[in-house]
Each structure stands twice: as C-alpha cells, then as structure tokens.
Design a protein around this ligand. Sequence first.
Ligand SMILES: *[C@@H]1O[C@H](CO)[C@@H](O)[C@H](O)[C@H]1NC(C)=O
Ligand SMILES: *[C@@H]1O[C@H](CO)[C@@H](O)[C@H](O)[C@H]1NC(C)=O
Ligand SMILES: *[C@@H]1O[C@H](CO)[C@@H](O)[C@H](O)[C@H]1NC(C)=O
Ligand SMILES: *[C@@H]1O[C@H](CO)[C@@H](O)[C@H](O)[C@H]1NC(C)=O
Length: 622
Amino acid sequence: MKRITIWVIFFSVFLLLHTTTCVEDEVKSSLINFLAKLSNNKGKSGLLLGWNSSSDPCKDHWKAVTCDTRNNFVRKLFLNSSNLVGELDIGLLCNVERIAESLTVLHLESNDISGVLSPDVASCKQLTRLHLNGNRLNGTLPTSLAMLNNLKILDVSNNKLYGTLPDLSRISGLTVFLAQNNEISGEIPRFDFSNLKQFNVSNNNINGVVPDVRGYFTASSFLGNPGLCGDPLPNKCPSSLQAESVAGESKDSSKDQIFMFVGYLTLALVFVVIIIVVLCKRRRKKKVVDALPQKEEAIEDGQDERMYKSSTIESMGYKAGFSKSETSFVSADNSALVSSSLVVLTSPEVNGLKFEDLLKAPAEMLGRGKNGSVYKVILDNRKTLVVKRIKNWPISSHEFKQRMQRLDQVKHPNVLPPLAFYSSKQEKLLVYEYQQNGSLFELLHGTHMPKTFDWPSRLGVAASIVEAMAFMHQELQDDGIAHGNLKSSNIFLNRNMEPCISKYGLIPVITRSSSPKAFKDDVFGFGMILLELLTGNLVQHNGVDLQDWVHSVLREEWTAEVFDKSLMSECASEERLVSLLQVAIKCVNPSPEARPTMNQVVVMINKIKEEEERSAIGPYSL
Ligand SMILES: *[C@@H]1O[C@H](CO)[C@@H](O)[C@H](O)[C@H]1NC(C)=O
Ligand SMILES: *[C@@H]1O[C@H](CO)[C@@H](O)[C@H](O)[C@H]1NC(C)=O
Ligand SMILES: *[C@@H]1O[C@H](CO)[C@@H](O)[C@H](O)[C@H]1NC(C)=O
Ligand SMILES: *[C@@H]1O[C@H](CO)[C@@H](O)[C@H](O)[C@H]1NC(C)=O
C-alpha cells in the first residue's frame, strides 16, 4: 500500500516537472524560431543574439528580452534596430499561450522586416505597445487588432501596408496610432479622437471626408492623401461628397436604430421570461418556508424576498428583533438607561427624530454586505438620511454608545458624523446625512464620470481626505478608534464636491495591542484610494497581485501607461503624477510598520500640491 503511494507521488512529480519543462521548451524554441525567421535564418537558432536552447530566456538574461521581476515570464522584446532582414511571423509568438499571456511590449521597429501582420496577433492580448514602424511590411492590417484591448501604442508607420485600416475604436486605452507613409487606402474608420495623444495617417491613399477630430489634431496628421478632404485640411469637400457621406451616415444610423429596437425587444422578452421563472420559483420556495418554519436558512430566504418588496425599514428589519413596543425616543442625556432606543446626537438636522419616524419612512436599499445593509430613508419633512444597519457587531451596547459619543465630539468638516444611532443586542443602526453626489467610487468607476474630475481636483480630494484622516487619527489615537474600512466607496462628495469620509470607526472592537495596526491599515486604504485616483482603475489588492503590480510599474518604467488616460490627455505633469504614485506605493507597503503615518502622508501630499500650485501660476502657465 505504502509503496503504491510513493510511486504515485513520484510519478505525479515526474509528470509535473515534465510538463513544466515542456512549456518552457516551447517558449524557448518559439522565441528562437521567431528570431530565426526575422533574421532570414542568417543567425540560425537565434545565434544572432546568442539565444540558444540550452539556456533560459529569463534566468540567463537573454539579450533583448525583459522578463517579470521573478524571471518567470517574458514581458518585453526589444528587437528594434537589429538589422533584421527576414520575415515577420507573429504567430510564432502569439500562438504560444505562455508568451501570449505575458508579452506586453514588442519592439520591431527600424529593421528591414518583410511579410504581413497576421490575424494571430490578436492572441497576444496583453500587448500594450506594438512598434512595427520602419520596415517593409506589406499586406493589410488585420481587423483582429481590434481585439487587443490593452493596446496603448500602435506604430505601423513607414512600411508598405495597403488595404483599409481596421476599426480600433473599441480599444478604449489607445493613445498613439501612427500609420503615416504607407499605401493604405479606403476611408478613415472610427477613432476616439478625444483619447488619442498622437495620430498620423499622412502620405497614404486614404480618401473620403476627414472625421470630426474636434480640434484635437491638425492637417499635419492627414497630409499627402489626395482623395481626402474637409476640415482641418485646406481642401474643401465637393458638396456631393459631403451630402453622400451625410446620407450614408443617416442610412447607417436608421439601420442602427432598427437593430437597437430589435435588441431592446429581445431584451424585454428575456426579462419577462426571467421574471416569470423567478416568480414561480419564489412561490415554490415560500411554500417550503411555510412548511419548515424552524429552518433558519429558509426563513432568511423568505425574509429577503420581503425585504425587496417592502418599502420601509421596519418591514425590512422585522426579523432583526426590534418591534415597535421597544421603541421610545430618548434624548442623548438620559439614554444611558434605555440602550435599545434611538439616540440622537447633537445634530440640528434631525432634532426631534423619532425611531418610529425612521421605521415608518419610505426606505430604499442602497447596498447590502456581509454584516449589514444600507438604506436611504426619506422623512416626512423631505429630509433624506442614510441608515446603516449592522448585524451581530461584537460590541457591547455600552461601549458602542461611548464610541458614538466620542466620534460625535471629534468633528472634522470632511468627516461625516453619525447623526443618531440605535443599539440592540442583535444589531446596531446608524443614521447619516445623505450625500446626493454619490461616492468617490461611483465618480471614478461609474458610467457618468464627469470630464471635470481633472488632476487638480483629484489632488485636492486626496489632500482633503488625508488631512481629515490625520486629524481623526490624532484625536482618536488614545481611544484606539481607527476608521477600519477606508475605501473609495466610503467617501462621499458633498454639494461642493468636497470629500466626506463616512463610516468612521465602524469596525469590531480592537484591543489596544492591535490598534496601531488598525491605524496603519487606514494608511493602506488611503494608498489604494490614491492608486484609484491615479489610474482610474480598481487595483487588485489581494497581496501578491498588488506587490507584483507595484514592482513592475517601478522597475519596468511603464509609469506613463498606468495613469488614467483622462489625466494624461489633459497634460497633467507626469512628474507630479509619479510623485503621488510614489506616495501611494509607500502607503500600500505590505509591512504595516514600514507604512508612513497619516501625518507624514499629509506632508508629502502638501508638497506635491504646493508644486502644482506654483506651476499653475508660474510663467509657463497658459
Ligand atoms: C547558451 O547561452 C548561454 C547564455 O546566453 C551561454 O552561457 C552558453 O554558452 C550558450 N550555449 C551554447 C551551446 O551556445
Ligand atoms: C529600442 O527601443 C527602446 C525603446 O524605445 C530603446 O530604449 C532602445 O535603445 C532601442 N534599441 C536600439 C538597439 O535602438
Ligand atoms: C509582400 O512582400 C512579400 C515579401 O517581400 C512579397 O513576396 C510579396 O510579393 C509582397 N506583396 C505585394 C503585393 O507587394
Ligand atoms: C505626420 O507624418 C508626416 C509624414 O511623416 C509628417 O510630415 C507630419 O509632421 C506628421 N504629423 C504629425 C502631427 O506628427
């Protein structure tokens, strides 16, 4: 029996090793073959650069190859200006999964490479930069290029490319498109000109009307195409052509509308079917609930149903243990006697608010997490509040009350204080003022991000948040109350678009010994917010990912690419963007002790802000 086990283990290890070496061999041989073909087999087996199959591209630091920080994956190839006179076979790279999944940058410019760019290029979906300029490539650019979602720079200028240009308008991050000095024909496809920083199709055979470049580009990007006309080129289009193009557009758009209409109809039908199915299922489930009232889970399910249908917190929270009989309004002064009642803190906005008012008012669920839910409640006097309901928070009512009153004493204009609270054994309710401009998270990742959220505003938001946090940390250090969950969805924007930190101190009780870590966790949270402000993206933050990401940003100098493209297009100073990125990176240091304190972060950010202000009023400002 034992022997068999040992054999099985041995065999599995053998298989595992065998498959990894196979994968690595494949990477090696593909790279060597790719280079061999590019160099017209002159340097057979990659001898040209000393690549050979008895060494490893990453661990043995092959010339012109850059790998990830752990030397496992090939990230970049620099084969520019390498006297390559052979043929391009991009499939040799992109059809190998382990290369396609990791290659981000490919430099082949300034050689004498011939051949065509095959549609296989679409498999290299991590590519952010593709430089093919200054070669003898012919053929048509494949339409599959549109699938390279991460592409930022595509330079195919100075080749012998012909045919029409592919429609790359779906690649939202594309900032550079250069195709000048080729033999490209057809019309200019759609481009998102507001995102592009560089665009050039000069000296081709392109015809038709120049699209509306909205002032982002001048005639210099379209020169030398005899068949091309219209603004910003000096030659006006013949009226027939213009009319034709307009007619073509409207025909297209009416076709689009029909498609859209059919699409909506189908969608509506699908919805109706889904609703019917869900309703049927629910009815069945309800029967189960009735039959098995003692089964906790089933009751929860049944309650959830009601939660969505009902429209007041009372009905939403009926199970949570507060019934009307328990409710009585007691002012903050003598509330110590009755812990299960609503305590209104010193707030003129909701003075006289009664627990019953909250229960009866129409409520709308805004969100729901592991530990509770958030509702929007509209009172009779049209005052809108947010009620956070936390279930099973392991804190005694006494301690909870103390904490709320302490938080009420420490006031900062950029921190939303709780207006009132309620505490029972099973759950706590917290009442906040409703902020109609939504959260920072919605602003950054929502569908209707205003164009006005520019670099100075982002820097201002960051500075306000960190100042408020530093103040709170200083005031609440001795009480051991950190924020505990600092993230962009907990930061709201008030009427003046100033940030308001919400839900301060709503974490399980922390013991004194762990409280310094809680404060440093806030610093980490703030670092993540900075990263979001800078990149406009959600940054994966399960440990390893973030560290890898940060290292690759720093070491592989792709800083310009990580920043939110709307920041880059408004010409924010890259120097200060990088400075702020460095602050963010200090804050997200995996070791809590190595992170700066909020006060130190304030100093760093204020320095960047001062530089920004100085440059804005300096002699070079517009
Ligand atoms: C293969 O390349 C490595 C490092 O590039 C070099 O040290 C080694 O001598 C080469 N082997 C052969 C057989 O060329
Ligand atoms: C290839 O391009 C990179 C990036 O533009 C540049 O740093 C490098 O010097 C170039 N290599 C050669 C051999 O020209
Ligand atoms: C494209 O280039 C290849 C290789 O140089 C050549 O054989 C082929 O004839 C070229 N095609 C055209 C249409 O120029
Ligand atoms: C576009 O390319 C042409 C030809 O190389 C050049 O003359 C022109 O200055 C370029 N325009 C821009 C905006 O780069």
